[in-house]
Design a protein around this ligand. Structure first.
Ligand SMILES: *Cc1c(COP(=O)(O)O)cnc(C)c1O
Length: 367
Protein backbone atom coordinates (compact mmCIF):
# COMPACT_ATOMS: atom_id res chain seq x y z
CA UNK A 1 0.00 0.00 0.00
CA UNK A 2 1.35 3.42 -0.81
CA UNK A 3 1.71 6.09 1.78
CA UNK A 4 -0.91 8.17 0.05
CA UNK A 5 -3.62 5.51 0.16
CA UNK A 6 -2.98 4.86 3.85
CA UNK A 7 -3.64 8.53 4.47
CA UNK A 8 -7.06 8.08 2.90
CA UNK A 9 -7.92 5.57 5.62
CA UNK A 10 -7.34 8.15 8.34
CA UNK A 11 -10.26 9.95 9.94
CA UNK A 12 -10.10 13.75 9.70
CA UNK A 13 -9.59 14.16 13.43
CA UNK A 14 -6.50 11.92 13.36
CA UNK A 15 -5.03 13.82 10.40
CA UNK A 16 -5.11 16.98 12.41
CA UNK A 17 -3.83 15.47 15.65
CA UNK A 18 -0.21 15.71 16.58
CA UNK A 19 1.32 12.84 18.58
CA UNK A 20 2.65 13.67 22.02
CA UNK A 21 6.44 13.53 22.15
CA UNK A 22 7.62 11.81 25.33
CA UNK A 23 10.82 12.91 27.02
CA UNK A 24 13.98 10.92 26.22
CA UNK A 25 15.34 8.57 28.91
CA UNK A 26 17.40 10.31 31.60
CA UNK A 27 20.63 8.64 30.43
CA UNK A 28 20.16 10.06 26.92
CA UNK A 29 19.30 13.52 28.25
CA UNK A 30 22.38 13.42 30.48
CA UNK A 31 24.51 12.87 27.34
CA UNK A 32 22.72 15.56 25.31
CA UNK A 33 22.92 18.19 28.03
CA UNK A 34 26.24 17.02 29.42
CA UNK A 35 25.12 16.73 33.03
CA UNK A 36 25.96 13.99 35.54
CA UNK A 37 22.90 13.87 37.73
CA UNK A 38 19.32 14.80 36.84
CA UNK A 39 16.78 16.06 39.34
CA UNK A 40 13.43 15.03 37.93
CA UNK A 41 11.04 17.88 38.69
CA UNK A 42 8.92 17.43 35.58
CA UNK A 43 6.38 14.71 36.40
CA UNK A 44 5.20 15.26 39.97
CA UNK A 45 6.76 11.99 41.09
CA UNK A 46 7.41 11.23 44.75
CA UNK A 47 11.13 11.69 45.40
CA UNK A 48 10.85 9.36 48.41
CA UNK A 49 9.88 6.49 46.12
CA UNK A 50 7.21 3.90 46.91
CA UNK A 51 6.14 3.09 50.50
CA UNK A 52 8.52 0.64 52.22
CA UNK A 53 5.90 -2.11 52.23
CA UNK A 54 5.55 -1.81 48.46
CA UNK A 55 9.33 -1.87 48.05
CA UNK A 56 9.39 -5.13 49.99
CA UNK A 57 6.69 -6.68 47.77
CA UNK A 58 8.50 -5.59 44.62
CA UNK A 59 11.79 -7.01 45.89
CA UNK A 60 10.22 -10.37 46.74
CA UNK A 61 8.30 -10.73 43.46
CA UNK A 62 8.63 -14.32 42.20
CA UNK A 63 9.94 -13.98 38.63
CA UNK A 64 7.99 -17.07 37.58
CA UNK A 65 4.78 -15.16 38.06
CA UNK A 66 5.79 -13.03 35.08
CA UNK A 67 4.66 -15.92 32.86
CA UNK A 68 1.14 -15.91 34.29
CA UNK A 69 -1.57 -13.41 33.37
CA UNK A 70 -2.50 -11.02 36.15
CA UNK A 71 -5.93 -10.89 37.76
CA UNK A 72 -8.10 -9.46 34.99
CA UNK A 73 -10.08 -7.26 37.33
CA UNK A 74 -7.46 -6.51 40.00
CA UNK A 75 -9.43 -8.73 42.35
CA UNK A 76 -7.47 -8.35 45.59
CA UNK A 77 -6.79 -4.67 45.06
CA UNK A 78 -10.51 -3.99 44.66
CA UNK A 79 -11.23 -5.93 47.84
CA UNK A 80 -8.64 -3.82 49.60
CA UNK A 81 -10.00 -0.57 48.18
CA UNK A 82 -13.53 -1.56 49.20
CA UNK A 83 -12.40 -2.19 52.74
CA UNK A 84 -10.33 0.98 53.01
CA UNK A 85 -13.00 3.28 51.62
CA UNK A 86 -16.08 1.40 52.88
CA UNK A 87 -17.46 0.63 49.43
CA UNK A 88 -18.48 -2.41 47.44
CA UNK A 89 -15.36 -3.73 45.62
CA UNK A 90 -17.45 -3.67 42.42
CA UNK A 91 -17.57 0.11 42.63
CA UNK A 92 -13.88 0.22 41.61
CA UNK A 93 -12.35 -0.17 38.16
CA UNK A 94 -8.57 -0.38 38.03
CA UNK A 95 -6.59 0.73 34.99
CA UNK A 96 -3.08 1.00 33.61
CA UNK A 97 -2.70 4.36 35.31
CA UNK A 98 -5.52 6.85 35.78
CA UNK A 99 -4.75 7.76 32.18
CA UNK A 100 -6.32 4.52 31.02
CA UNK A 101 -9.54 5.00 32.97
CA UNK A 102 -9.97 8.36 31.22
CA UNK A 103 -10.18 6.38 27.98
CA UNK A 104 -12.57 3.80 29.48
CA UNK A 105 -14.95 6.54 30.61
CA UNK A 106 -14.86 8.40 27.31
CA UNK A 107 -15.51 5.24 25.29
CA UNK A 108 -18.38 4.25 27.55
CA UNK A 109 -20.33 7.48 27.08
CA UNK A 110 -19.21 9.34 23.96
CA UNK A 111 -19.94 8.82 20.28
CA UNK A 112 -19.40 11.05 17.24
CA UNK A 113 -21.21 14.34 17.70
CA UNK A 114 -20.96 14.27 21.48
CA UNK A 115 -18.77 16.60 23.46
CA UNK A 116 -16.91 16.71 26.75
CA UNK A 117 -16.15 19.77 28.84
CA UNK A 118 -12.94 20.55 30.63
CA UNK A 119 -10.70 23.57 31.21
CA UNK A 120 -8.22 25.10 28.78
CA UNK A 121 -5.40 24.86 31.31
CA UNK A 122 -5.71 21.62 33.20
CA UNK A 123 -4.49 18.04 32.91
CA UNK A 124 -4.42 17.76 29.11
CA UNK A 125 -5.13 14.04 28.70
CA UNK A 126 -8.93 14.53 28.94
CA UNK A 127 -8.84 16.88 25.97
CA UNK A 128 -6.33 14.83 23.96
CA UNK A 129 -8.13 11.52 24.47
CA UNK A 130 -11.42 13.10 23.42
CA UNK A 131 -10.00 14.77 20.33
CA UNK A 132 -8.14 11.73 19.00
CA UNK A 133 -11.32 9.72 19.58
CA UNK A 134 -13.29 12.11 17.38
CA UNK A 135 -15.12 13.71 20.29
CA UNK A 136 -15.34 17.49 20.62
CA UNK A 137 -13.53 18.93 23.65
CA UNK A 138 -15.04 22.18 24.92
CA UNK A 139 -12.61 24.19 27.00
CA UNK A 140 -13.67 26.70 29.63
CA UNK A 141 -10.90 29.25 30.30
CA UNK A 142 -9.57 29.34 33.86
CA UNK A 143 -10.64 32.19 36.08
CA UNK A 144 -7.92 33.45 38.43
CA UNK A 145 -6.05 30.18 37.85
CA UNK A 146 -9.11 28.20 38.98
CA UNK A 147 -11.57 26.02 37.06
CA UNK A 148 -14.57 28.17 36.16
CA UNK A 149 -17.81 26.45 37.19
CA UNK A 150 -20.04 29.02 35.48
CA UNK A 151 -18.02 28.87 32.29
CA UNK A 152 -18.26 25.10 32.22
CA UNK A 153 -22.01 25.10 32.78
CA UNK A 154 -22.45 27.59 29.93
CA UNK A 155 -20.66 25.24 27.53
CA UNK A 156 -23.10 22.42 28.25
CA UNK A 157 -25.63 21.30 25.67
CA UNK A 158 -27.66 18.16 25.03
CA UNK A 159 -24.63 16.43 23.47
CA UNK A 160 -22.41 17.01 26.51
CA UNK A 161 -21.59 13.63 28.02
CA UNK A 162 -18.74 14.17 30.48
CA UNK A 163 -17.33 17.09 32.48
CA UNK A 164 -13.79 16.65 33.78
CA UNK A 165 -12.90 18.46 37.01
CA UNK A 166 -9.28 18.17 38.06
CA UNK A 167 -9.36 18.74 41.83
CA UNK A 168 -6.90 20.08 42.84
CA UNK A 169 -6.11 21.37 39.39
CA UNK A 170 -2.88 20.33 37.75
CA UNK A 171 -0.93 22.61 37.09
CA UNK A 172 -2.35 25.56 39.05
CA UNK A 173 -2.96 23.87 42.43
CA UNK A 174 -6.36 25.54 42.90
CA UNK A 175 -9.24 23.45 44.22
CA UNK A 176 -13.00 23.52 44.53
CA UNK A 177 -14.22 23.26 48.10
CA UNK A 178 -17.08 21.03 49.24
CA UNK A 179 -19.73 23.65 48.77
CA UNK A 180 -18.60 24.60 45.27
CA UNK A 181 -18.44 20.98 44.11
CA UNK A 182 -21.86 20.10 45.55
CA UNK A 183 -23.41 23.19 44.01
CA UNK A 184 -21.91 22.29 40.65
CA UNK A 185 -23.18 18.71 40.82
CA UNK A 186 -26.66 19.98 41.62
CA UNK A 187 -26.65 22.40 38.70
CA UNK A 188 -25.47 19.74 36.26
CA UNK A 189 -28.47 17.85 37.54
CA UNK A 190 -27.64 14.45 36.01
CA UNK A 191 -27.42 15.86 32.49
CA UNK A 192 -23.80 14.66 32.16
CA UNK A 193 -21.26 12.45 33.89
CA UNK A 194 -19.01 14.42 36.24
CA UNK A 195 -15.49 13.10 36.65
CA UNK A 196 -13.52 14.44 39.61
CA UNK A 197 -9.86 13.62 39.05
CA UNK A 198 -8.23 13.43 42.48
CA UNK A 199 -4.72 12.43 41.41
CA UNK A 200 -3.35 14.66 44.21
CA UNK A 201 -6.02 14.04 46.85
CA UNK A 202 -3.52 12.55 49.31
CA UNK A 203 -1.49 15.78 49.31
CA UNK A 204 -4.33 18.19 50.09
CA UNK A 205 -4.11 19.95 53.45
CA UNK A 206 -7.23 22.11 53.28
CA UNK A 207 -10.14 21.24 55.59
CA UNK A 208 -12.87 22.20 53.15
CA UNK A 209 -11.50 20.03 50.32
CA UNK A 210 -14.26 17.63 49.25
CA UNK A 211 -13.63 13.91 49.27
CA UNK A 212 -15.72 13.24 46.17
CA UNK A 213 -15.69 9.51 46.91
CA UNK A 214 -18.00 10.20 49.82
CA UNK A 215 -20.50 11.75 47.39
CA UNK A 216 -20.72 8.97 44.81
CA UNK A 217 -23.48 7.09 46.60
CA UNK A 218 -25.61 10.21 46.53
CA UNK A 219 -24.93 11.26 42.94
CA UNK A 220 -25.22 8.50 40.32
CA UNK A 221 -23.45 10.56 37.64
CA UNK A 222 -20.33 11.19 39.72
CA UNK A 223 -17.04 9.34 39.16
CA UNK A 224 -13.81 9.79 41.14
CA UNK A 225 -10.35 9.09 39.66
CA UNK A 226 -7.35 8.26 41.83
CA UNK A 227 -3.82 7.11 41.05
CA UNK A 228 -0.88 5.32 42.67
CA UNK A 229 1.56 7.36 40.59
CA UNK A 230 1.91 10.44 42.74
CA UNK A 231 1.69 10.01 46.52
CA UNK A 232 2.30 6.25 46.39
CA UNK A 233 5.35 6.48 44.15
CA UNK A 234 4.32 3.73 41.72
CA UNK A 235 4.28 5.78 38.50
CA UNK A 236 6.58 3.32 36.74
CA UNK A 237 4.25 0.40 37.41
CA UNK A 238 1.22 2.22 35.91
CA UNK A 239 -1.80 1.79 38.13
CA UNK A 240 -4.80 4.00 38.89
CA UNK A 241 -8.53 3.53 39.34
CA UNK A 242 -11.99 5.02 39.25
CA UNK A 243 -14.86 4.77 41.72
CA UNK A 244 -18.54 5.37 41.18
CA UNK A 245 -21.85 3.86 42.10
CA UNK A 246 -22.57 0.35 40.83
CA UNK A 247 -24.71 1.41 37.90
CA UNK A 248 -22.24 3.81 36.33
CA UNK A 249 -19.31 1.46 36.96
CA UNK A 250 -21.20 -1.40 35.29
CA UNK A 251 -21.47 0.79 32.19
CA UNK A 252 -17.82 1.84 32.15
CA UNK A 253 -16.66 -1.73 32.79
CA UNK A 254 -17.83 -2.71 29.29
CA UNK A 255 -14.98 -0.71 27.75
CA UNK A 256 -12.24 -1.98 30.06
CA UNK A 257 -9.26 -3.73 28.53
CA UNK A 258 -8.73 -6.89 30.50
CA UNK A 259 -5.17 -7.67 31.74
CA UNK A 260 -3.95 -4.11 31.23
CA UNK A 261 -2.90 -3.90 34.89
CA UNK A 262 0.15 -6.03 35.63
CA UNK A 263 0.62 -8.39 38.59
CA UNK A 264 3.44 -6.46 40.25
CA UNK A 265 1.51 -3.18 40.13
CA UNK A 266 -1.54 -4.83 41.70
CA UNK A 267 0.51 -6.43 44.49
CA UNK A 268 2.44 -3.23 45.23
CA UNK A 269 -0.74 -1.12 45.27
CA UNK A 270 -2.46 -3.41 47.79
CA UNK A 271 0.23 -2.88 50.42
CA UNK A 272 0.89 0.75 49.51
CA UNK A 273 -2.61 1.61 50.72
CA UNK A 274 -1.64 0.50 54.24
CA UNK A 275 1.33 2.79 54.56
CA UNK A 276 0.03 5.86 56.40
CA UNK A 277 3.53 6.68 57.58
CA UNK A 278 4.67 7.15 53.98
CA UNK A 279 1.80 9.54 53.33
CA UNK A 280 2.62 11.53 56.46
CA UNK A 281 6.34 11.80 55.71
CA UNK A 282 5.66 12.79 52.09
CA UNK A 283 3.17 15.45 53.14
CA UNK A 284 5.68 16.93 55.57
CA UNK A 285 8.36 16.98 52.87
CA UNK A 286 6.03 18.70 50.41
CA UNK A 287 4.93 21.25 53.00
CA UNK A 288 8.52 22.14 53.85
CA UNK A 289 9.47 22.19 50.18
CA UNK A 290 6.68 24.66 49.41
CA UNK A 291 7.76 26.95 52.25
CA UNK A 292 11.36 26.85 51.05
CA UNK A 293 10.36 27.54 47.46
CA UNK A 294 8.06 30.41 48.43
CA UNK A 295 10.80 32.09 50.47
CA UNK A 296 13.50 31.63 47.84
CA UNK A 297 11.33 32.68 44.88
CA UNK A 298 10.31 35.83 46.71
CA UNK A 299 13.98 36.63 47.28
CA UNK A 300 14.71 36.24 43.56
CA UNK A 301 11.52 38.11 42.72
CA UNK A 302 9.90 35.42 40.58
CA UNK A 303 6.09 35.19 40.61
CA UNK A 304 4.77 31.71 41.27
CA UNK A 305 1.48 29.87 41.57
CA UNK A 306 1.29 27.14 44.17
CA UNK A 307 -1.65 25.63 45.98
CA UNK A 308 -2.50 22.03 46.80
CA UNK A 309 -0.65 19.12 45.20
CA UNK A 310 3.09 18.45 45.03
CA UNK A 311 3.90 21.01 42.34
CA UNK A 312 4.22 24.73 41.68
CA UNK A 313 4.26 26.91 38.59
CA UNK A 314 6.88 29.63 38.23
CA UNK A 315 6.62 32.54 35.81
CA UNK A 316 9.86 33.41 34.08
CA UNK A 317 11.02 36.55 32.26
CA UNK A 318 12.37 34.26 29.49
CA UNK A 319 10.92 31.61 27.16
CA UNK A 320 10.10 28.43 29.07
CA UNK A 321 11.58 26.18 26.39
CA UNK A 322 14.85 28.04 26.63
CA UNK A 323 14.69 27.86 30.43
CA UNK A 324 14.11 24.10 30.20
CA UNK A 325 17.24 23.62 28.09
CA UNK A 326 19.38 25.87 30.27
CA UNK A 327 18.22 24.18 33.46
CA UNK A 328 18.87 20.77 31.89
CA UNK A 329 22.55 21.64 31.45
CA UNK A 330 22.56 22.11 35.23
CA UNK A 331 20.83 18.77 35.80
CA UNK A 332 17.44 20.24 36.70
CA UNK A 333 14.54 18.87 34.66
CA UNK A 334 11.36 20.94 34.80
CA UNK A 335 8.16 21.00 32.76
CA UNK A 336 7.99 23.74 30.13
CA UNK A 337 4.39 24.91 30.04
CA UNK A 338 3.92 26.58 26.62
CA UNK A 339 2.42 23.35 25.28
CA UNK A 340 -0.11 23.53 28.10
CA UNK A 341 -1.13 27.09 27.23
CA UNK A 342 1.01 28.70 29.94
CA UNK A 343 3.79 30.41 27.94
CA UNK A 344 6.79 31.56 30.03
CA UNK A 345 5.82 29.26 32.88
CA UNK A 346 7.57 26.18 34.15
CA UNK A 347 5.98 23.62 36.46
CA UNK A 348 8.19 22.02 39.08
CA UNK A 349 7.60 19.10 41.39
CA UNK A 350 8.06 19.73 45.11
CA UNK A 351 10.88 17.33 45.78
CA UNK A 352 13.66 16.65 48.29
CA UNK A 353 15.61 19.62 49.76
CA UNK A 354 18.70 18.96 47.64
CA UNK A 355 16.62 19.09 44.45
CA UNK A 356 14.81 22.25 45.53
CA UNK A 357 18.15 23.92 46.23
CA UNK A 358 19.44 22.82 42.82
CA UNK A 359 16.35 24.37 41.22
CA UNK A 360 16.83 27.71 42.99
CA UNK A 361 20.57 27.77 42.23
CA UNK A 362 19.75 26.93 38.62
CA UNK A 363 17.18 29.69 38.29
CA UNK A 364 19.56 32.25 39.78
CA UNK A 365 22.25 31.15 37.36
CA UNK A 366 20.16 31.22 34.16
CA UNK A 367 18.28 34.47 34.76
C1 LIG B 1 -0.49 12.29 36.90
C2 LIG B 1 -1.91 12.54 36.70
C3 LIG B 1 -2.79 11.54 36.25
C4 LIG B 1 -2.34 10.26 35.65
O1 LIG B 1 -1.83 9.38 36.46
P1 LIG B 1 -1.43 7.92 35.99
O2 LIG B 1 -2.12 7.08 37.00
O3 LIG B 1 0.06 7.91 36.12
O4 LIG B 1 -1.89 7.68 34.61
C5 LIG B 1 -4.13 11.82 36.16
N1 LIG B 1 -4.60 13.03 36.46
C6 LIG B 1 -3.79 14.01 36.87
C7 LIG B 1 -4.38 15.33 37.20
C8 LIG B 1 -2.42 13.81 36.98
O5 LIG B 1 -1.64 14.81 37.34
Amino acid sequence: MTRCSIEKLMPEYIKNFEAYTPSKPDAELAKIYNCKKIYRLNNNENCLGPPSKAIEVIRRFDPKRAAVYPSGDSYYLRLKLGKKFHKDPNQFLVGNGANEVIGFTLKAFCEQGDNIITADKTFAVYEWTAVFSGIEARLAPLKDFDLDDEGMLELMDDRTKIIFICNPNNPTGTYWNSQKLRQFIKRVNNRAVIVVDEAYQEFVEKEDYPDSMSLIDKYPNLVTFRTFSKMYGLAGLRIGYLVGNLQIVDIIRRTCIVYSVNTLAQDAAVVALDDDEHVMVTRRLVKEGKAFLAAELSKIGLPYQCGEGNYAMIRLPIDDGLAYRKLMTLGVMVRAMTGFRFPNYIRVTISCPEAMQALIDGLVKIL
